[in-house]
Design a protein around this ligand. Sequence first.
Ligand code: 0O2
Length: 239
Amino acid sequence: MPQVQVDDSVIALARELRDEMQQFLNEYRFGMREIETKLEILRDDFEHQHSHNPIEHLSSRVKSVDSMLEKIQRRGVAPSFDAIREEITDIAGVRVTCSFVSDAYRLFELLCGQDDVRVLTVKDYIADPKPNGYKSLHAVVEVPVFLPRGTVRVPVEVQFRTIAMDFWASLEHKIYYKYDKRVPQHLLDELHEAAITASDLDERMERLHRQIRGNDETPERAPAPAPLEISDRRGTHAA
Ligand code: 0O2
């Protein structure tokens, strides 16, 4: 193996890069925390007002450096922090797992309607599932983070889904990686069927829930979302 000479200047450069990377990732961590707090407040208030907790589970993550590098390469993004900031909008991610489809849309509207939240893109894979059956409502939102050196606006990808959609997505993800992205057709078919079953279960559970609460005039399908209106109102676009 070739020997690499490491002198003081190389070490100083490595430290500088490490510090810059830490600061870069910290901004995403802070943005993620702002969104989590907003969602926790909505959950607590909702529970107090309506005796119903719309959030089953909240989780968050900052993308791993490996996964970030893979996306940078795949998308041909220039290797600068500014370019990455501009192009990769899912470095900070929050996942909101709800009991019912209507809760997912309600939380989406309540979060995206807040004055300091700017909606960048919306992808409604609940209304329009991916061909493999994947369902979730994705929104990339920008929140201000107030730091001693000034305010930075941080994009955070928020995924809203039900427990059934989450169960499906986590199994699909495991299968996808187990087969190194080359999943046999019979498993793909089964996954697709399972996605339909999960969707049926969501509808039945929501119907039952409304009957129990004395409100059974629900349409067969969960109410349609209004992401376009929200995006339009804010002068942004829906993807
Ligand atoms: P992780 O580990 O969750 O971060 P991309 O595919 O990322 O280049 P884009 O437009 O950013 O393009 O993707 P999109 O459609 O908004 O979806 C991004 C995230 O949604 C994924 O993140 C997954 O979390 C989830 N997702 C999207 N499609 C599927 C799917 O078919 N199956 C499952 N299980 N999850 C999906 P990452 O970065 O892949 O992973």
